[in-house]
Design a protein around this ligand. Sequence first.
Ligand code: ATP
Ligand code: MG
Length: 438
Amino acid sequence: MTEPKKTVRPEPLQAVKGMNDILPPESARWEWFEAKVRALMARYAYANLRTPIVEPTALFVRGIGEVTDIVEKEMYSFEDSMNGDRLTLRPEHTAGIVRAMIEHNALYNGPLRIWTNGAVFRHERPQKGRYRQFHQIDVEALGFAGPDVDAEQILMCRALWRDLGLSDDDVRLELNSLGQPAERQAHRAALIAHFEAHAHVLDDDARRRLLTNPLRILDNKNPAMQPVVEAAPQLMDFLGEASLAHLAAVRAALDAAGLAYRINPRLVRGMDYYNLTVFEWVTDKLGSQGTVCGGGRYDGLFEQLGGKPTPAIGWGMGVERMLLLLEAVGVAAATASPDVYAIVPAASAMPTAMATCEALRSAGLKVQMHAAGADAWGSMKSQFKRADASGARFALIFGADELARGAVACKSLRDAAAPQRELVLDQPATWAADLLIA
Ligand code: ATP
Ligand code: MG
C-alpha cells in the first residue's frame, strides 16, 4: 500500500509593495465616496470619460515634462515584450485625456466638461497617504479660457467637502498664478541669478535643479535652504496686466461665493504644463501628506501634444487621502448593510428561501441569504451571529413549522424587545413596504 500523498501548499503570494487591496467593509466607504462624487459631477454637468491605464511613455515625457519628479523617478515604464513599444502606467489622468481629445477631435463641436476616476501609478516611498498605486478623481474643463471655469472648478471642490460632511477648517484653499511662459522666462532668469549668487548654500538637489528646472527649487523642503528660498524673487512680481486681471477675476468669483483662500506665491505644482491659475486644497489632519487635491490651468498642453491651441483647466484629487481625512475627522460613511438576513435552519428549506429572497430583491430590498459553509450547513446560533454581524435590520427565519403554515418568521435585529412577526410566504412583494416602514 502506498502512503497517501501529502499535498504541498505553495507559498501564498503578496500584492506588490505600495499597491493596496480594498476589502469590505472599507470598500463600502469607497463606494459611498464615489457615489457622492458622481452626484456632484452630475450637478455641475461634467460628463464621464475613461482612458486606458497604459499609454505610450512619450505622452508623459512630452506632457508632464522631462525634468519633473514624476518623469524622472516615479513612472512605471516598461517595454512591451511583443513589439518593443515603450509603455507607461499612467501617473496621472490629464495627459491621457488630452491625448484622447486630440485623437478623437472631441472638441470639434465645442468645449467639454469631463471627469474620470481611476488608478494611477507612481514609484514613490510608500507611507501613510502615499502609495504606488492610488486613485484619483480627475476633472477637466477643456476649451474654456477662464477665469469663470477656474472658479467653477474650485467651487465644486468646496461643494464636495460639504456633501461629504467636512467643515470649512478641515480643508483650506491655496491659490497662485504661474502667469504665462514669457513671464515665467523673465522670472526664471531672475531666479537663476539669485540662486547662483547663493550657490554656496544650495544642496545637491537644488544645484541640479538650477540648470534644469529652477522653479522647482522653490519646492525644496530642506530647512537649511529656507532662508535663500524665501528671499528668492517671486513670480507674482513678474506677472503682466492680463495675468493679474485673470487672477483678480478668479478671486472676485471666489470672494462673491464666500470662499476664503490664501495666496501662496510658492505654490508651483509638480508638472510643467501649468500656467495662470494653480491651486491646492490642503489639510493639517494628515501630517506631511496634507494635499488632498491639486489643479490648475494648462493652456499650452494641447499644442505640446500635437493638438490645436486649446485652453483648459483641471484638478486631481487623491481618493485614499480623502478617505483618510474623512476618517481622521470622524465622518462616518453610510454602510452597505443588507435590509434582511435570511436564516435557513435546514437545507430542505433552501429552495423556498432562495425563491423568496429573489422576490424580495426584485421588490428592491437588499437581502443576504445564509449559504452553506465549507464543512457544515451552519447552526441556528451561528446563523444568528452572522445575521447580527451583517448589520441587517431584520432576520427572516425559514423554519419548517412556519413554512408548513405558509409563513416565515420575521425578527427585528435592532430592537430586541420588538415581538417576532409572521409574514405570509406567497406575498413577498408586499413585504418590502412592510419591512422598510417598520
Ligand atoms: P505630493 O506633493 O503629495 O506628492 P503631488 O503634487 O505629487 O502630491 P498631484 O500630482 O497633484 O500630487 O496629484 C493629485 C493628488 O493625488 C494629490 O493632491 C494627492 O491627494 C494625491 N496623490 C499624489 N501622489 C500620491 C500618492 N503617491 N499616493 C496617494 N495619493 C497621492
Ligand atoms: Mg508627488
